[in-house]
Design a protein around this ligand. Structure first.
Ligand code: FRU
Length: 412
C-alpha cells in the first residue's frame, strides 16, 4: 500500500508537536496531573539523537505538550527509562544514557515538577559489564516495604538489581534464556504486581505476532530478587502490529500502562508531514488467567439509533454474534469465534494487512482516533492495535450483520 495520506493529529492520544516519537517513558501521576514522557527527536521525522519529550493530562484523554524534558549533550543521548518518587521527594528518572562511543549506562535525573530536570551527580549509576553492549531501559519499582528493584533489558535477557538508597544497585538475578520469543534483542522490560501474579513484559525487536516488533509477557512470581515461571511459551500482550515498549505508571492506584503504536519494521515509513509517532490510550491491567487490558479513561458512550455514522475519533462498544464494522476503510469482522482486523485499504507501507485473534464473544470495544485503531475483546483478554491511514475525508462507519447493541462516544 503506497501513497496513503499523512494523518490528522489524533485527538486523545499523545503525539509529538513536531518530529519523531517512539517509546513512552516514565508515566507518573504528580499532584493530580498525569505526566508522560517519550523518546523524541524534534528535528526529524526519523529516529535520531534521543530526547525525552513531555506531555501532561488531567483526564488521560486530552494531552498538552510541555517543553522537552531532557536533551542530548556531550555525554550522550537519552534513551528509554522510568520514573519513581520516594514519598514526597522529587521525581527520579532512571534512563539509559548512550555515550558518543556507544556505551549504554544507567543514569539518574531529578525534578520537582516534571518540567525542569537535573542530572544527579552520582550518574552513571550502572555501567555495563565488559563485553555487554545491549544494556538499557531501566524500569524501577518498589518491592513492598522492603527495597527498590531495577529491571534492565540486557541482550536477550532481563537482569534484576536491588537498592536501598536508589543510588547503589546490586545485581540479583537474570531471566530469559529458554523462555518466550527470541527472534531479536529484548527491550523495555516492565514488572507489574497484579495480585497473586507478577507480569514481566518485554518487547522483542523482531518476530512479533504479525511480523516485525511486538511485546510478550511472562506470568509468574517475584520474591524481590528473582522472577520465576514454569511457562516457557510465547504470550503476546497485543495481537496487532502496533503496540510496543509499554510502560506502567508510577503513583496510580490501578496498574495502568501505555505503549508506542508502531512497529520497528516500518515505523520510519508511516505517512507523516510534520510529526510522526503516537502513544496508545492508557490501559488498565488486571489478571484473570491471562493479562486483561481495558482502556483506562472511562467510557461515556450513549446508544446510537442508527447504523450509519460519521467518526473521526471516538469509542464504540458493539455486541453481536456475527457482524462487520467498516471504520473509515478498516474492516473489523467478528464471526465464528474469530476477530479479524483488516487494514488492506488503509495500512502503512510494509505493515501486515491483517491481524486476527480467537474470541469467546461479548462486547467489543473499539477506540478510533484518526490514525489509530485499538480493539479490546473478551472483556480485555484480547487486545489488537493497528495504525491506519484512511483518506482524510473518509469519516464513515458502517455496520452490517447481527448487532444487538451499539454505543458510541465521540471525541472532540
Ligand atoms: C525500544 C528502544 C529502546 C531504546 C529506545 C531508543 O523501542 O529501542 O530499547 O531505549 O527505543 O529510542
Amino acid at each position: 500500500m503506497t501513497g496513503r495520506p499523512a494523518p490528522a493529529r489524533p485527538r486523545v492520544h499523545v503525539t509529538p508537536g513536531r518530529g519523531w516519537l517512539n517509546d513512552p517513558n516514565g508515566p507518573v501521576l504528580l499532584d493530580g496531573r498525569h505526566h508522560v514522557f517519550f523518546q523524541h527527536q524534534p528535528d526529524s521525522l526519523e529516529w535520531g539523537p534521543m530526547h525525552w519529550g513531555h506531555a501532561v493530562s488531567d483526564d488521560l484523554l486530552h494531552w498538552k505538550a510541555r517543553p522537552i524534558a531532557m536533551k542530548p549533550d556531550s555525554d550522550g543521548v537519552v534513551y528509554s527509562g522510568s520514573i519513581v518518587q520516594d514519598g514526597d521527594g522529587p521525581l527520579l528518572a532512571y534512563y539509559t544514557r548512550v555515550s558518543p562511543d556507544g556505551v549504554e549506562a544507567q543514569c539518574l535525573a531529578t525534578s520537582d515538577d516534571g518540567d525542569e530536570w537535573h542530572r544527579h551527580h552520582a550518574s552513571p549509576l550502572l555501567v555495563p559489564p565488559e563485553g555487554v553492549t545491549d544494556f538499557r531501559d531501566p524500569k524501577v519499582l518498589r518491592y513492598g516495604d522492603s527495597h527498590w528493584v531495577m529491571v534492565l533489558a540486557v541482550g536477550e535477557e532481563v537482569w534484576f538489581y536491588r537498592s536501598d538508597d536508589l543510588l547503589t544497585w546490586v545485581f540479583t538475578s537474570r531471566f530469559g534464556r529458554g523462555y518466550g520469543a527470541h527472534d531479536g534483542v529484548w527491550e523495555t522490560p516492565d514488572l507489574i504486581d497484579l495480585g497473586d501474579t507478577w507480569v514481566l513484559s518485554v518487547s522483542v525487536i523482531s518476530g512479533g505476532p504479525v511480523g516485525g516488533s511486538g511485546t510478550q509477557y511472562f506470568a509468574g512470581t517475584f520474591d524481590g530478587d528473582t522472577f520465576t515461571t514454569e511457562d516457557t511459551g510465547v504470550h503476546w500482550v497485543d495481537l496487532g502490529p502496533d503496540f510496543y515498549a509499554p510502560q506502567s505508571w508510577w503513583g496510580v492506584e490501578d496498574s495502568t500502562w501505555l505503549g508506542w503504536m508502531s512497529n520497528w519494521s516500518y515505523a520510519a515509513r508511516v505517512p507523516a508531514d510534520t510529526w510522526r509517532g503516537v502513544l496508545s490510550l492508557p490501559r488498565t491491567l488486571t489478571w484473570d488467567e491471562g493479562l486483561v487490558q481495558t482502556p483506562a479513561p472511562p467510557f461515556a458512550g450513549s446508544r446510537a439509533g442508527t447504523d450509519r455514522l460519521e467518526l473521526v475519533a471516538g469509542r464504540l462498544r458493539v455486541e453481536g454474534d456475527r457482524y462487520e464494522l467498516d471504520v473509515r476503510g478498516t474492516r473489523l469482522v467478528v464471526a465464528d469465534g474469530l476477530l479479524t482486523l483488516d487494514r488492506t485499504a488503509t495500512g502503512p507501507e510494509g505493515g501486515a494487512p491483517v491481524a486476527q485473534a480467537a474470541v469467546r464473544g461479548g462486547a467489543l470495544e473499539v477506540v478510533v482516533d484518526t490514525c489509530t485503531v485499538e480493539v479490546f475483546a473478551d472483556g480485555g483478554r484480547v487486545a489488537l492495535s493497528a495504525l491506519v491511514y484512511p483518506d482524510l475525508d473518509q469519516h464513515e462507519l458502517r455496520i452490517t450483520g447481527d448487532v444487538d447493541t451499539l454505543e458510541v462516544e465521540h471525541y472532540d
